[in-house]
Design a protein around this ligand. Structure first.
Ligand code: CAA
Length: 680
């Protein structure tokens, strides 16, 4: 065996040159991998003892893509396109042996082999869209030639990989093998050499036909979901080029659009976020080999909206879950909602009827906390009341297994106080799920003063097991609290509809007034105690509770379409007059600033206080928990891109203009702005 580079080896076995890529963790196409593959293929072509080439990977996966860490640095040869050209034009058959994930540049490499052989659990995809990119090395030109235009569009726009069985059916791979992939792929390569054919994907034309108007239909169908993103459209344009242009012209179009994508702020933000998300899983000061506690059964206290949603996460991951409620009626109602949710998912074809039952079978309902004695993790999800939570944790402490982790889903209460009622505060932690808990990807893991390292480690890893993105935070009051600022803007002259529109255009799923209408204005309001001292209270007094009553800041028709309500604007005018506030026209930019700058400022304070360990963690929280558009990276990334001196100057300007202390720049922001630094 010869080492071609430190990442690729070469050996000849029975007339087949075997190129083995070994570049952990995911065999990304780093410089040494590109160089090794190119050298290996060239060597094999010159070696008279070699009749075919096998490309395979050591470790957990086939090549999972370009090395994203290289994007920001000066490119080092060999150029990826040059490597692929050598492979595609080779006069000896090249076979890719695929396990794990062949993604992005990895799949593009496989598409330049003459044959592809894979094991059953292999997956194939072009996920570049998730990085604000497109496959820049012929992927968009070759993929549709094998799988057809519609499937190719679906794959590049969604970024979702497909499984081996589907890949075989579509013609993306040539053989599916069970057992020893390397041995079987070697046999395949010898047969291929004997046949003597050299099929190239680029020469295929038979799957490129589409109905006229097809691409516009796709655009219309995805418009809502991809609003604000640049890459989905560029990916579609590439596949259009595959259909309408000769192969080499299509390649040139793809290369041009790739450069456009790579230079875009959207892609910079999405690449930043890719690493932010992975970084968040790592806890500073917690060694990688910190032990974990086993979690085989989870208990949930409360079968309401949160409890039920949290429990679904467990069942989705195949983990048995015991749900405890106070009354049989509440328990049955909760489990009924869970079943209904699963049935809806099955109706949409995302899981089978069998899955619905299999998941429900993982649920055990109970009215007795004592039934949580065999749980390794218990999550309390009752309403936010300190006295109630303390009572539950006292009882739980007496019941739970000695090694069990006791978690609270509280979003606002002091976890340390809850932990203090137990004899094991080191085993108490916060697991703050976001509603709807079975959908939202964010999990805030709240570390108490006494939470033990193995408990933190277990919860961070467990989060990944149930499909969540964990972010470790300290005990604090949560990040929200900007509502008052929206109210203030509306008093000064902006209409609720205008404020909502500006935030929607920025990329948030909806603005604050729409959100209030959706959530219900009467949360925490009662007729008896209402003092009519805010616009929201006055709306409630008028019976305008938001969407559920057909009216709030907006009026709603039967289909819940909204139109701005004149009465809401009149109320703001009335309140402004009473408070002596002069109304004026407020522009889009000011509206946006006055939303975003306090968020950034609050983020700086959170860092100062050590509540979050790094700025990128805060961005992960805002993107996965609050609908911040990922193509803008999160508030801290956004602040860096504006420049912190500029952020500080604007905050000071609004501080002067409104007198509102929320605009007072945080000390950390001032310090970094003066140094010309950034949050990351
Ligand atoms: N480049 C560099 N590092 C990468 C990487 C890549 N393409 N993909 C993953 N990694 C790193 C991660 O940052 C992580 O590093 P740390 O352990 O230091 O945090 C490590 O590999 C493991 O990654 P995950 O934690 O995500 O592991 P997983 O098992 O959950 O998932 C995966 C593995 C499915 C491959 C996932 O990492 C993934 O989706 N990666 C991105 C794949 C991708 O987008 N490929 C396309 C790249 S762009 C491209 O290829 C364009 C082109 O042709 C020019």
């Amino acid at each position: 065996m010869i080492a071609l580079t430190d990442k690729v080896t070469y050996s000849v076995e029975d007339g087949v040159a075997v190129l083995t890529v070994d570049n952990p963790p995911v065999n990304a196409l780093s410089q040494g991998v590109r160089q090794g593959i190119k050298d290996g293929v060239e060597r094999a072509l010159e070696d008279p003892a070699v009749a075919a080439v096998l490309l395979h990977c050591a470790g957990r996966t086939f090549i999972a893509g370009a090395d994203i860490t290289e994007f920001a640095s000066v490119p080092q040869g060999p150029d990826f396109h040059a490597v692929l050209a050598v492979m595609e034009n080779a006069r000896k058959p090249i076979v890719a042996a695929i396990h794990g994930t062949a993604l992005g540049g990895g799949l593009e490499t496989a598409l330049c082999c003459h044959y592809r052989v894979a094991v059953e659990d292999a997956r194939f995809g072009l996920p570049e869209v998730n990085l604000g990119l497109l496959p820049g090395a012929g992927g968009t030109q070759r993929l549709p030639r094998l799988v057809g235009v519609e499937k190719a569009v679906d794959m590049v726009v969604s970024g979702n990989p497909i499984r081996a069985a589907e890949a075989l059916e579509l013609g993306l791979i040539d053989a599916l093998v069970t057992g020893d992939l390397r041995a079987q792929a070697l046999a395949f390569a010898r047969d291929a050499a004997a046949r003597g054919e050299l099929p190239r994907v680029r020469d295929r034309q038979d799957k490129l036909a589409v109905e006229p108007g097809y691409f516009d239909q796709v655009r219309a169908a995805i418009a809502r979901k991809t609003r604000g993103f640049l890459a989905p459209e560029l990916n579609i344009q590439c596949i259009e080029a595959a259909v309408s242009q000769p192969f080499d012209e299509g390649l040139a179009t793809e290369a041009k659009l790739f450069r456009q994508a790579l230079a875009s702020p959207e892609s910079a933000a999405q690449q930043y976020f890719f690493f932010a998300e992975r970084q968040a899983a790592k806890v500073p000061g917690l060694p990688k080999d910190t032990p974990e506690r086993p979690i085989n059964r989870v208990g949930i206290i409360g079968a309401g909206t949160m409890g039920g949603g949290i429990a679904m996460n467990m069942a989705n991951a195949g983990i048995p879950v015991t749900v405890v409620e106070m009354s049989d009626a509440a328990l049955q109602r909760g489990l009924g909602v869970v079943r209904k949710n699963y049935e809806n998912t099955a109706r949409k074809g995302r899981i089978s009827e069998g899955d619905v039952q299999a998941r429900m079978d993982l649920f055990t309902g109970s009215l007795d906390l004592a039934d949580l004695a065999d749980c390794d993790l218990v999550i309390e999800a009752v309403f936010e009341n300190m006295a109630v939570k303390k009572e539950i944790f006292t009882k739980l402490d007496a019941i739970a297994a000695p090694n069990a982790i006791l978690a609270s889903n509280t979003s606002a209460l002091n976890l340390n106080e809850i932990a203090a009622v137990t004899t094991r505060p080191e085993s108490v932690i916060g697991l703050h799920f976001f509603s709807p808990a079975n959908v939202m990807k964010l999990l805030e893991v709240v570390r108490g003063d006494k939470t033990a390292p193995d408990v933190i480690q277990t919860c961070m890893r467990f989060a990944k097991r149930i499909g969540k993105v964990p972010v470790l935070v300290g005990v604090c009051h949560g990040f929200v609290g900007n509502r008052i600022l929206f109210q203030r803007q509306a008093l000064e002259g902006a209409t609720p509809a205008h404020i909502d529109e500006v935030l929607y255009e920025f990329g948030l799923p909806m603005g604050p007034f729409q959100m209030s209408d959706l959530a219900g204005l009467d949360i925490g309001w009662s007729k008896e105690t209402s003092t009519g001292s805010t616009v929201s209270e006055r709306l409630c007094e008028l019976g305008r509770f938001g969407q559920k009553s057909g009216a709030g800041y907006y009026d709603y028709d039967e289909q819940r379409n909204r139109t701005p309500a004149a009465v809401a604007v009149e109320l703001f005018e009335e309140f402004a007059a009473k408070q002596g506030i002069t109304r004026r026209e407020i522009g889009d930019e000011e509206i946006l600033d006055r939303l975003l700058l306090p968020m950034i400022n609050e983020g700086a304070r959170i860092l100062e206080e050590g509540i979050a360990s790094r700025a990128s963690d805060i961005d992960v929280v805002y993107v996965y928990g609050y609908g911040w558009p990922v193509y803008r990276g999160g508030p801290m990334h956004y602040a860096n891109s504006l420049g912190l001196a500029e952020v500080r100057a604007r905050l000071e300007r609004y501080r002067g203009k409104t007198g509102d202390a929320a605009f007072e720049p945080a000390a950390l922001l001032v310090e970094l702005a003066e140094k010309g630094g950034s949050f990351t």
